[in-house]
Structure formats: structure tokens, C-alpha cells
Design a protein around this ligand. Sequence first.
Ligand code: ADQ
Length: 731
Amino acid sequence: MWRTTTRFLLPLTAVLALLAVVGHAALTRTTSRWFDADLALRSQLAIESARTSLIAHWDQRDHLVQVLAAITRDERIMGAATCGDDATLVATEAFPQAFTCHAIAREIERAGGEIATWTTTANGASDPVRVTATRFPRGAIILVHDLSYLERREATTRNLLLIAFLVLALVTAGVTMLAARLAWHGWTKQLRRALGGNPTADFRPLVRDVRTLVERLVGEREEGVRAGPWGPERLRAALTHHLQGERVVILANREPYIHERTADGIRVVHPASGLVTALEPVMRACSGVWVAHGSGSADRDMVDARDIVRVPPGEESYEVRRVWLSEQEEDGYYYGFSNEGLWPLCHVAHTRPVFRATDWEHYVRVNQRFADAVCEVVDSADPVVLVQDYHFALAPRMIRERLPKATILTFWHIPWPNAERFGICPWREQLLDGLLGSSIVGFHTQQHCNNFIDSVDAFMESRIDREATAVIQGRHRTLVRPYPISIEWPVHWVETSPPIDACRAGVRAELGLAPDALLGVGIDRLDYTKGIEERLSAVDQLLEHHPEFRGKFTFAQLAAPSRTKIQHYKDLNERIERLADQINRKWSRDDYRPIALLREHHEPATVFRYYRAAELCYVSSLHDGMNLVAKEFVAARDDERGVLVLSQFTGAARELTEALIVNPYDLMQAGNALATALRMPREEQRERMRSMRRLVSEFNVYRWAGRMLVDAASLRSRERLHGRLGTSGGP
Ligand code: ADQ
């Protein structure tokens, strides 16, 4: 501190001294001007006050001398004299003998004829005098002023000025140093408070580290401008540049490629899963390992001794590490706790969650097994691990315990309920604690983030930084952020799809429809949250209230069977079948059926052909984190045609505002929306579709992953900064 003080004080004193010298010169000039003006004024006053007497006694020399002597009573007037028109000089005793009336008259003439002022030593004394000669009715009045007075006054002024500058310098230095010290102290205290740290730690590395951090943040922003749109290359660059990582580890229940044994040999299946749809392109871009449940009947046949298989088939750019589960484990962890407990808990779809203690035990054990598998495949002490979804709420904490320096990004693909609703889960604290092992917990929307933070607030011992949307527990900080998920752009399935006309003709032929039939599509896993019953009922409403579409409009519902071991899903399957039959019977005419229910898994190539063949796509989820079907439909329509009818209860409805947004429970409204879509002029379709395509192309899944990685990188930098400071967590 003393070194800082002297380093600061010396230049400050030098500057103030320079100011004093310059200031003094300026002040001397100014005071001299004031003094001149003062003298002139005094002379005028003296002459004016004596004017009557001077005129009265002008010719009476003795009286005149007395009047002049009275004038010189002012200590600053040494002598006074008059010069008559005849050049007779009448003067007081001290008036310099050397002055003659002729010389004085010349000075007055030279100064313009009225008043002259000059400095001279003409009196022979060592000190100069100031003379003012003023024209008077019958001659001139001359006053001689004592300049030593002025010098005395200047000297006093100079001394006072120097003292004032010195005092000012000391006070300024003191105040500045005090302010600097307080500001420094306050700033560092504030910073440490923000960082949640110990206010007595050493601050020396702070400035350098903060500078590095700021440069990095600015760099990230500039890079964003420079780097252009998000795509696989930019994502790869973000990973290497920001996290110095070559690869990532994804933990997800569902694997991206399932090997199934069929009569014709082993077949590769792409699962119907939004999570897989989103993450697979990310993994192809980044490479690394995807740790997942090996659920295919031929999965074991395809792995090596480490249970790893390289994918995608033919490309082999990353690895899948398969984890094997027993039937009981799968029942308890997957069907039980995940899909009968957490899934209905998180979705407002009027299905009661079921919580069984045995399911919970399996959930804990399986989470540990997957966490261990992750720790086995990582290649560093601080890997980047992307934990996916509600199947693995406990894994982040378990991974953190084994790899404290890991960057763990957990993404919750489904909604997060409000705290009251979440509170009904008997293991709510454990779930929250598990998730808080993450560096970042991501949701699709801010609303879900808020619900999560409220749940933490309600049930956990922690500090919540609402401004930074972070949860702080001891030395650990978890960011809670919205990252709306998306799809790859361009979608490679679109690029390999047949042209639109071929898709239209092909799909209509497959469904046995007339070439000019109007077609709507719905593509889902067969799940009660997707509102498939409401969707079919909306078709019924359309035909009821808009008769022109009877016999012309067909709705193709592709429904991939899902979670078929759960009774609720079996019941749903049957209800949907019954409802489709009922509506078809109601509106059938010859071989016309308004609903084509295709209850099977379809490969993405087929799904995209349907998107491209349809007049409209109806997404009627009762509650959905995002819903990628909506975005896929938009991506599929490179002809800028087709209308998206979208439930207001999907995350996607917040982004795809040019869709026809409906309340799927309002069957009449939904039926009318289908009619509006079918009647929509081409130009309007184009405008809406173009705008949605622009959005999805920019806000694609590479951006989703990239933003998380960049945020994780910032978090890492901050944590390193804290490591050096000996403080906890990072904002
Ligand atoms: P999902 O509930 O699986 O995802 P969604 O986002 O719509 O829902 O994704 C479904 C995916 O499966 C799509 O890629 C679709 O093409 C495919 N698919 C659907 N039906 C199919 C069928 N019959 N045959 C073949 N493929 C089919 C969860 C959340 C969502 C969230 C995603 C991603 O429930 O809200 O959008 O994760 O985070």
C-alpha cells in the first residue's frame, strides 16, 4: 500500500507544484491589472472629491498646496501637483522635483488628451512610482502613487497563494488517496461478496485475472459477430476454443442408434425421441462418447470388450458406450420412477404421478451405474459432461463427487412444475441436490427456470442469486438458464428427401388417397401429453362445422408406440384406436376415412416425406417442454408452403409465433384453425413459413449447445479465478 501511495503521491505533488508556478504568474498579472484599475479609480475619486476646492483655490497657491496635501493623506498617494495652463507647477513636498509641466502635458497628449498613467523612477528613488495625470479645466492634476505598496501586496498574495496551493495539494492528495482506498476496498469487497468469498484473501492476482476474464468475454462477443451463424464447425470451434476440449461425454437414457435383430438380420433403428433428434447432430459435430442404455435386441452383438460401438454406421465419428440394465432395473428406474413418477409430475396433463419406494431405489442405483460409466470413459480430470433429462437427476452430484473439476451441463428436456406441485415428490430434496451437482442446469423456458429456483428455495438450504439466476451451496455455484432446444439446420433428412411433388404423390398413394386430397399430419410418440385424442376430436369438429372438407381432408397420425409396459400408455393406445374408429365411422363415405392412424415407429426419412406431403401439421400437446416436431415440419418445408397449427402449451409456441396457435382443449377453436389452415392463401402461407424458417435456421441446435458450452467456459474461468483468490463459487 505504501509503495502504491508514494507512486501515486509523487506525480500528484509534481503536477500541483507546476500548477502553482503557472497559477502564480497568471495571478500576478491579474492582480497587477486590478491594481492599475484601482489606482485610476482612486485618482478619480480623490480629484473629484477635491474638485470644488481645487477650482476655488486654483490661483491661490498656498490654499492650493493645502488642498493637494489633503489629497496625499491617502497612504498610497505620495505626492500631488497641479500644472496650470501657463505651465506653473504647484506641488506638495514629496512630489518629485524632476517632473515638469511640459513633460506632463506631453504624456497626457500621448495618452489621448484626458488621462495618462505611467510608471517611472524619475524621482531618483530606487523604487518606481506610478503617476496619473488628469486633464483639469485650467490645466492638469498629477498624482504620484507609492508602488512599494503594490509590491508588498503582491508579495503577500504570492505567499498566500503558495501556502494555499501547498495546503490544496496535501488535502487533494489525502482525499484522493482516501477515496481511492475506499473505492478499491469497496470494489473488492463488492466483488468478493458477489463471488461469495472470504474478504481477507489476497487480491494481487485479481486485476490481471479480471482483465483476462473481461478480454475473454469481449472476445466471445466479438467472436459471435465474426463467426457467423451456428453450425457444426462453429460448435466444434467453440468447444476447442472455449473449453480446450476435444470431445464431450453425453449421458442420456436413450441411445442414438439401436441395433435390432429382425428376420432379415440386424437393423439400425433411429429412436423416436426429441432428445436424440437434438443431440445426435451435436455429437456428430463434437465427437466423444454417448453413454446410454443398450436397449436393442442386437445391441450386445455390436459392442467391443469395453461395451463401446462406433456410430453413425458408415461414418463412425463418435462412440456409444452401452450400459446394460436388468429387467427389474429398467422397470424400476425407467418405467417406474422416471415415467410413472417424474414424467406425470412435470407435465400438466392430468395423470397422477405414482411414487414407489422400490422404483426410487432402482433409480438411485441406476443413476450411480451410469455416473460410474461416465467417469470411466472420460479422458481428463475436468471433462465436459452433458447430462440429459429426468432419468438422471441424481447423476450430476454422483459425477461431481468423483470428478470435482468436471463441467457438468444438465439439460431437463421436459417442463419443471411449480414448487407446490414438485413438493409432492417424496424424494424432492434428493432430486434437487442431485441436479445441483451440475455446473449449469438448463430448461427450455425461463418459466421452467423460475419454477426450479422456487423449488430449490422452498426445499433446500442454499443461497439464491436471482439476478444471476444461480444457486449457491457452500463453495459450489449452479447456473440455472433457459436454452430453448432446436434441431440441426439444414436437416440432413430434408436434403435426402424426394422433391415436394414426389412426396405429395407418394404419400397420397401410400394412404390410398386421391392425388388432390387435402392432407394433415400429426407425428408423435404415443403419449398422453401429446394431446392425440384432442387432435382427432378437432378433426371431427372440422368436418362437423366445415362440410366442404368432408370427403376431401384426411389426417394422418403417425404414432410411435412408447412406454408400452405402462398400463396408462396401453389404455391410451386403446382409447386412441377407438376414437379414430368412431370418427372414421361417423364420416366415412365409400372408401373415404378422415383419419389414417399409423401406430408404428417410422424412420426419419418417412417422417420427413409426410411433413413435405401435407397441407398442414397439427401439434396439439397438452404440455410439452419444446416439441421438435413443430420445428421439423418448418425445416421440411423448403417450398415455403404448409401451415403449422400449434398448441399454446408447447415451448415451441413461444418461438414459432407465425403458426396458428390454439388451445388444444378448445376443440371448436382447434377445428376452426384447421379450416383456416386449409383455406390459407399461398402468399400468406409463404410469409408465415418463411419467417419461421428464418428463426429455426438461426436458432438451431448448434446454437443451443454452443451457448451452453460458452456459458460453461465462462463459469470455468470464474471458478479458476476463485481458485486463485481462495474464494468460493463464481457468478
Ligand atoms: P419428445 O417428447 O420425444 O421430446 P419431440 O420434441 O416432439 O418430443 O420429439 C419427438 C421426436 O421423435 C421428433 O424428432 C420426431 O420426428 C420423432 N418422432 C415422433 N413420432 C415419431 C414416429 N411415429 N416415428 C418416428 N419418429 C417419430 C422431449 C420433450 C420435448 C422436447 C424434446 C427435446 O418431451 O418437449 O422438445 O425432448 O428436448
